[in-house]
Design a protein around this ligand. Structure first.
Ligand SMILES: N[C@@H](CCC(=O)N[C@@H](CS)C(=O)NCC(=O)O)C(=O)O
Length: 221
């Protein structure tokens, strides 16, 4: 089997999605940590967008975490991390797209935005996304769970989870408060937190706070 390398950054939630996928697939891989403040000179040859994650499989590279994860699911089909049924598969992809275009997009604006939108508006938007996830997602699709799509773990779980691990940053530096009453979301998070893959790369809230504080996100308060 061609060697697998994953280019990651210690606290990158997107890279964590792909590391979790590799771990859940039980695929051996080499982890290459990139210092994003001091990228290697040849980094663009591996990562044309200059970002992590990038998966190197043999001499080919794949980037963008959602695409990396689907690639891994295609090349290493066991255990399957997307449903076989086309409509359920489409729904899984809709949630993965929701994570990227709504939850993580609003979070990026909150952390790095340059005041194009008032903070209160973004905080409200983020709250609406989380309520949507609870009421249109978990409560409708998988009333009993424990995972996003029901009994089986999927790429949807691995895509969303890293956001929750970094919640302390939004609370501490951006006045975000998790809306109350999102019980299924909390249960789902608790189940994910217990998985071996998640535990093996989990970082503490303090570590995230220390890191983001050092990177001056805190000073844009
Ligand atoms: N849409 C991308 C986002 C990846 C991303 O934004 N990675 C950040 C780190 S968390 C990065 O590499 N930033 C470096 C840069 O933009 O220079 C994905 O899902 O892979």
């Amino acid at each position: 089997m061609a060697e697998i390398e994953i280019y990651s950054a210690t606290l990158c939630p997107f890279a964590h999605r792909s590391r979790l996928t590799l771990l859940e697939k039980g695929v051996p891989f080499k982890l290459i940590e990139i210092d994003l403040q001091n990228k290697p000179a040849n980094f663009l040859e591996i990562s044309p967008y200059g970002k992590v994650p990038v998966l190197k499989h043999g001499d080919r590279c794949v980037w963008e975490s959602a695409i990396v994860n689907e690639y891994l699911n295609d090349v290493f089909p066991e255990p399957p991390l997307l449903p076989q049924d086309p409509i359920q598969r489409a729904q899984a992809r809709i949630w993965i797209n929701f994570a990227d275009t709504r939850l993580f997009a609003a979070t990026g604006q909150l952390l790095y935005g340059r005041d194009s939108q008032p903070r209160t508006a973004i905080l409200k938007e983020l709250t609406e996304h989380l309520r949507f996830m609870e009421y249109e997602g978990l409560r409708k699709i998988s009333a009993r769970g424990p995972y996003w799509l029901g009994a089986e773990l999927s790429l949807v779980d691995l895509t969303f989870y890293p956001w929750f691990e970094q919640l302390s940053v939004l609370e501490q530096f951006r006045d975000f408060q998790m809306p109350s009453g999102l019980d299924r979301l909390q249960q789902w998070q608790d189940v994910l937190a217990q998985r071996e893959s998640v535990r093996s790369i989990a970082k503490s809230p303090e570590l995230y706070l220390e890191h983001y504080g050092r990177l001056a996100y805190a000073s844009r308060n």
